[in-house]
Ligand binder design. Structure first.
Ligand code: AMP
Ligand code: GLY
Length: 434
């Protein structure tokens, strides 16, 4: 790669802040831009308010600021075809086109793809009528899993204890149109049991590279109680994931997935998120594919990278990932998400955040903004449900955990809540406690 590059990151959450932060550590980057970005990025990036992530809003920014690479954070613009449109206009993009993004954009498509290419996943049925739903539920036992086919911003998956609740969820989608078009087609699938695991792989279409594995904490309360959220915290790497398991993930999941995409003629330059369930016998199965970095997984995986991240992304775009020299990360990371009162239900906004200045110079700690905004006086206020990601780094999982919570101690806003048990199970397991 010759000359320093200007990079534009699309999105506004903590994942995108982590992308900006990691790009800022790259020696090959000149300017970082974000659209729309968030207040936390300001020291590192130029922010551009945009009303949406459509090509008509993004392309003028690319031209005006001499952008060499666009990195798309969230799934919706990818599913809508932003990467295809930008590429047609001659712009380099890290993120798959519409055909690749359909692995996240349609669960029916993803399931058919997995069945076709022999990628292990839960047996499933497609349902478009209540008759289909009755039949699919009758042949299964609790817990029941109902999923909207299309994108639903994390609100499209229902895990219920009874058939009646599952039927109601399906009826809400199919008949009452609870999620609009996204729920006009649903899938009902077998429940998988075991440990959830996220494996991210960056790809240039020809080859791929696994990033450190991570684990999300989806439920709002400690001990995995309460409703599902966008993710209340994460850690990376995962102590119980050994080379043997990673090899199994490569052989049984990622190889057939990327081979399948190639055989289908689908170019894939971007990151593939394999959301896995690892059964007690060690067999991994796919719960879902995503076509972008996870949130909060990005906040723990990206800070660990010891390679030049921008160079890696360019290597993907230019089809030379196989030549890219990878350095195995040596650190650990823990992310504790600080959420607004009421989240994941209706949540409060506009609360002043205290203590931000206390953490800016802390060692082995980094704070990513997920849902913040400026007040007219320039104060930083809460704006989203998941407000901040408090990330601790360390030479061990325990050290990273201590550093994460040391940062959390410094920050407060009214009715802030967070889980105190991020990574706890992994640490107890390693000590032989479970
Ligand atoms: P998703 O939005 O697809 O990540 O699903 C949300 C959560 O629902 C997952 O992280 C799992 O905890 C759970 N889930 C989804 N599908 C299954 C399944 N087949 N078996 C067990 N849990 C599931
Ligand atoms: N952490 C789950 C997701 O990004 O979809």
């Amino acid at each position: 790669m010759t000359g320093k590059k200007n990079i534009l990151v699309i999105g506004s959450g903590a994942r995108e802040h982590a992308l900006v932060h990691t790009l800022s550590r790259s020696g090959t980057v000149r300017e970082i831009h974000a659209a729309p970005g968030n207040p936390g990025m300001l020291p590192l990036a130029k922010l551009h308010p945009v009303s949406d992530a459509a090509c008509a809003s993004i392309l003028p920014l690319v031209k005006r600021h001499g952008i060499d690479l666009v990195v798309v954070g969230p799934e919706a613009p990818l599913v809508a075809g932003l990467a295809d449109e930008l590429r047609s206009a001659g712009v380099e993009v890290f993120g798959p086109g519409r055909a690749g993004a359909l692995l996240e954009g349609s669960k029916v498509h993803a399931k058919k793809f997995m069945d076709r290419w022999g990628v292990p996943t839960a047996p499933w049925d497609e349902c478009t009528s209540l008759q289909d739903v009755e039949e699919a539920l009758a042949k299964r036992s609790a817990p029941f899993i109902v999923k909207a086919d299309g994108l639903a911003a994390g609100k499209g998956v229902f895990v219920t204890k009874t058939r009646e609740e599952a039927f109601l969820a399906a009826e809400n989608l199919l008949v009452r149109g609870a999620l609009g078009e996204a729920g006009k087609r649903i899938i009902i699938e077998d429940a998988l049991s075991g440990e959830e695991l996220t494996v991210l792989a960056v790809s240039d279409g020809a080859t791929y590279r696994i990033l450190p594995p991570s684990q999300d904490h989806k439920r709002v309360y400690e001990e995995d109680k309460g409703p599902n959220t966008g993710g209340m915290g994460a850690y990376s790497p995962v102590p119980w994931v050994d080379e043997e398991l990673l090899e199994r993930v490569r052989r049984s999941i990622l190889d057939p997935t990327f081979d399948g995409l190639r055989h289908d003629g689908v170019p894939y330059c971007g990151v593939l998120y394999a959301g896995l369930m690892v059964a007690p016998d060690g067999i991994p199965r796919v719960i879902e594919y995503n076509v972008r970095f996870g949130d909060p997984e990005a906040q723990v995986v990206l800070p660990l990278l010891e390679v030049d991240f921008a160079e890696m992304l360019f290597a993907c775009c230019e089809g030379r990932l196989s030549e890219f020299r990878w350095e195995e990360p040596s650190k650990w990371a823990v992310d504790v998400v600080l959420a607004s009162g009421g989240y994941p239900g209706t949540f409060e906004k506009g609360k002043e955040i205290e203590g931000l200045e206390n953490v800016s110079s802390m060692e082995d700690f980094v704070l990513f903004h997920g849902g913040t905004t400026f007040s007219p006086e320039g104060k930083i206020l809460t704006e989203g449900g998941r407000v901040l990601s408090a990330v601790g780094l360390g030479a061990s999982l325990e050290e990273a955990l201590v550093n994460a919570y040391a940062g959390v101690e410094q920050i407060s806003f009214e009715n802030m809540h967070y889980r105190r048990d991020i990574a706890r199970r992994a640490i107890i397991q390693r000590r032989g406690g479970i």
